[in-house]
Ligand binder design. Structure first.
Ligand SMILES: *Cc1c(COP(=O)(O)O)cnc(C)c1O
Length: 347
């Protein structure tokens, strides 16, 4: 039975602290005729002479309309990496608490656990790359604060089953982080519609993949308003700069561009996968709900280095659990994919 109470999970020091109140927090409305002499800025306009909106209200409003969630259920970070780090800092007491991750998966969860002096309990996925529910629950104890799920998962490319995800949400009294960095490439529905139903569900998404904006560093966290309020308290005030906020806003409003690029990438993936099946040293192509495919080859390190010699860089994942001799290939443009196939055919 789930008796989730977010205020019991928060670290004491964070519970007690007061957050920094910036000039822009106290008076935010730039669209007035006010004279701003409050933040020691240089008064001469150049587009970036003012501090950015610390609450990123216009970006959140656009996202809120696009994703159909309330603006108070959204928090933005300097990439997903920042919002993931903020979750550790809000909920995990160094040297006491632990988190659970499910390798093979995104490496950043483990790095952030180390950085924050939090034990990372790794429960390897089963042979279908699905969460091993029983083993996860066996390793949960009173200090387990967060379970990280990545679906579609990086580097395997598959999505976790809905029953696995809901079983974890229903029976874990800590926070479930569902990393949906690749959700826009998937035919499956996002779990965003469920944040009202599950008070322990935190969803992360990003502008770095489907939205084509890895360079501006904008990650998004969706959760209940009470979880957002806690994390908002500890985030640095000006974590998204003016240039990134402007770019993000434009791109979020341009949903036609997003969907047409996603369609192209998915089309290119279908073509690429068909051609990969013709290469005889490729032993397996794993199904992918993302903009990359994981393949198993005869000798991953050898093939990886051969491609480098031809000027093509892919990701060698052979050292990850369950990924022996596996390579991860991002879907490029048509031309890039053709070059890749041509080189693979000559090897
Ligand atoms: C690429 C990726 C991200 C994105 O991270 P950003 O910091 O937002 O660029 C997040 N999670 C996973 C699993 C990823 O593969």
């Amino acid at each position: 039975m789930n008796t989730f109470e977010v205020n019991k999970l928060v670290r004491q020091n964070i519970q007690k602290m007061k957050s920094y109140s910036s000039a822009r927090d106290e008076f935010k409305d730039f669209n007035t005729e006010m004279i701003f002499l409050d933040a020691n800025e240089n008064p001469f306009e150049n587009g970036v002479n003012r501090y950015p909106d610390p609450q990123q209200n216009s970006v959140k409003l656009a996202l809120s309309e696009l994703k159909n969630v309330n603006a108070n259920q959204i928090l933005l970070g300097n990439g997903s990496d920042e919002v993931l780090d903020l979750l550790f800092r809000a909920f995990c007491e160094p040297n006491i608490d632990n988190v659970i991750t499910l390798p093979p998966t995104y490496g950043m969860y483990g790095v952030l656990a180390d950085l924050n002096a939090i034990e990372n309990r790794e429960i390897v996925l089963n042979s279908d790359f699905q969460p091993n529910i029983n083993a996860i629950f066996e390793s949960v104890d009173a200090n387990t604060k967060i379970i990280f799920l990545c679906s579609p998962n990086n580097p395997t490319g598959n999505s976790f089953s809905d029953t696995a995800i809901s079983e974890l949400l229903d029976n874990f009294n800590g926070i479930i982080v569902l990393d949906e960095a690749y959700i826009d490439f998937s035919e499956r529905e996002s779990w965003l519609t469920k944040i009202e139903k599950y008070p322990n569900l935190v969803i992360t998404q990003t502008l770095s993949k489907a939205y084509g904006m890895a360079g501006i560093r904008v990650g998004i966290l969706y959760a209940s308003a009470s979880i957002i309020a806690i994390i908002k308290k500890i985030k640095l005030p000006y974590n998204i700069n003016v240039l990134s906020q402007n770019k993000a806003l434009k791109r979020i409003m341009d949903s036609d561009k997003n969907s047409s690029e996603i369609e192209l990438i998915l089309d290119n993936k279908r073509k690429l996968v068909e051609q990969l099946y013709q290469i005889d040293f490729i032993e397996k192509i794993f199904p992918s709900d993302a903009n990359f495919v994981l393949i198993k080859v005869d000798d991953a390190s050898k093939r990886y280095n051969q491609l480098i010699d031809f000027g093509i860089v892919i990701r060698n994942r052979t050292n990850q659990l369950l990924c022996e001799n596996c390579l991860r290939i991002t879907i490029g443009t048509n031309l890039e994919n053709e070059k890749l196939i041509n080189v693979l055919q000559t090897l």
